[in-house]
Design a protein around this ligand. Sequence first.
Ligand code: ZN
Length: 202
Amino acid sequence: MNVAQIYKDASALLEGHFKLSSGNHSSFYLQSAKVLEDPKTAKLLAEALAAQIKEAGIKVDAVCSPALGGLIAGFALATALDVRFIFAERVDGDMTIRRGFEVQEGENYIICEDIITTGGSALEAARQVEADGGNIVAYAALANRGFCSRVGSDLENKESCKLPLDKPLFALDDFTFEMYSPEECPMCKEGSIAYKPGSRGN
Ligand code: ZN
C-alpha cells in the first residue's frame, strides 16, 4: 500500500509554502481530514492499520480517540477491529471523557489519532482512560510525522515525542518534512509568502 500516494490522490498531502502551527515553515502540509473524506479510503486505511495490530497479537477491548482530529480514524479502526469506540474531548482546555462513556476496570484500549505529531493529545486521552481504570496497550495513527518511533520503521524517537516508550505506536507511514524557522526558510528567501492552511476558509 502506497500511503503517501493515497494521501496525494485525496489532496491530503499538499505541496507549497506553509506556515505550520508551530510557527515553522515547510514545503509540505498534511490535511489529514481530506484522506478520510471518502469512507472507502478510510475503511481501506483503517483495515491496514488493524492488520498490523492483529499481527502483533495485541488484545484490544476498545479504541479511544481525542476529539476532534482522531474521531474518524478511531471509529474506522474500531470498526476494523470489531471493538467499541469512545472519545475524549477538551472542556476548558482539559481532556475529559464524558457523554456516558464508561471505561471498565482492566479493559485494554488503543488510543487512535489521524496523525501523530508529538503525541500530546493522544497522551492526554490515555491519561483519562487510565484514570478510569483502563489499560493502554498501544497508540495508533494513520500517519506519523516522524517525531515518535513507530513499529516497523527505522526512525528513532525524538526528544519532542511525548508518547511513553514502553507502548508500541502503530502507523501506516512516516511523513517527515523538512521544517525551517521563518528566518532560515529558503522559500521566504526567494520572496515567497508562507500560507497558513485553514486561514482561507479551508
Ligand atoms: Zn517560509
